[in-house]
Design a binder for this molecule. Structure first.
Ligand code: B1M
Length: 211
């Protein structure tokens, strides 16, 4: 039987092989991927984040936890299905904004969009406004998704929105923002169309915006 407490501990302590092994067992036992992600993977990342804040853990531990989380997620992501895997709902250009290297949450959001029938163009991390503008034009996207995990990189979301305006694309795309320090009031303040605090709700919000 999959030892989920051990999965949590493996993520927390950065043991990526063990994390992958237990995840594989959980998949074979047909445990619900979203539940594993929300109740074990994300919770372990929150715990390592808390330890980091209290100076009980340091960057190497964050890196190792991130690697273990990715090992587990890479097995779960293909199984993430939206509530309606319908035909093309639209194209989202998604990325973590310039200066920011955190990609675990962004990847999760991207997978959820894919599972729900969107075409996903992933610009990766540290993506500047030019990259977003070029990708929106190239792919005829109707949605832009911006992720930031640092209070210092959040303001760059506004720079990207301004660049979309300057390129004459702002009325062609809806812009959604998210990431741990981002809030709905911040989204409103910078002129984004929507905010969400999780991968699930991001897709629901996007459908609402495109509705
Ligand atoms: Co960093 N880090 N980190 N880190 N890191 C945080 C974010 C931090 C809160 C830790 C802490 O102090 N408690 C802190 C930020 C403080 C602040 O800005 N106020 C911090 C810091 C300070 C740093 C460095 C500066 C540390 C240093 O070098 N001194 C450095 C910065 C590097 C850089 O980006 N330039 C740094 C580096 C790193 C690692 C590279 C080691 C690693 C990232 C590995 C990777 O991503 N590949 C890392 C990690 C792992 C974390 C924590 C521990 C975990 C982040 C994570 O993956 N969470 C984090 C602490 C925390 O968040 N509690 C921390 C799990 C993930 C599923 O959640 O990303 O929030 P999240 O995504 C969620 C939602 O937010 C939402 O949906 C996702 C799924 O539910 N969401 C969206 C995200 N994007 C969305 C977009 C949407 C909609 C929803 O629409 C488009």
């Amino acid at each position: 039987m999959a030892d989920l407490k051990l999965l949590y501990d493996a993520i927390l302590t950065g043991k990526h092989k063990i994390a992958a092994e237990i995840t594989q067992v959980a998949i074979e036992e047909k445990l619900e991927p979203k539940e594993l992600i929300d109740n074990y993977l994300i919770k372990a990342m929150e715990e390592i984040g808390d330890r980091f804040e209290k100076q009980q853990a340091f960057v190497p531990e964050l890196l190792m936890a991130g690697r273990a989380m990715k090992a587990s997620l890479s097995l779960l992501q293909p199984l993430l299905k939206g509530d309606e895997a319908t035909s093309q709902l639209g194209t989202i250009v998604i990325g973590t904004v310039k200066g920011d290297l955190h990609d675990i949450g962004k990847n999760l959001v991207g997978s959820m969009f894919e599972g729900c029938g969107f075409q996903v163009v992933d610009l990766g991390v540290d993506a500047d406004s030019d990259k977003f503008v070029t990708a929106v034009k190239e792919h005829g996207a109707n949605l832009v998704g911006l992720s930031a995990l640092l209070t210092t990189t959040m303001p760059y979301m506004k720079t990207i929105i301004e660049a979309l305006k300057a390129a004459g694309l702002r009325d062609k795309v809806k812009v959604m923002v998210g990431g741990a320090p981002v809030s709905s009031s911040f989204a409103e303040e910078i002129g984004a169309d929507g905010y969400s605090d999780s991968a699930n709700s991001a897709v629901i919000k996007a459908k609402e915006l495109l509705g």
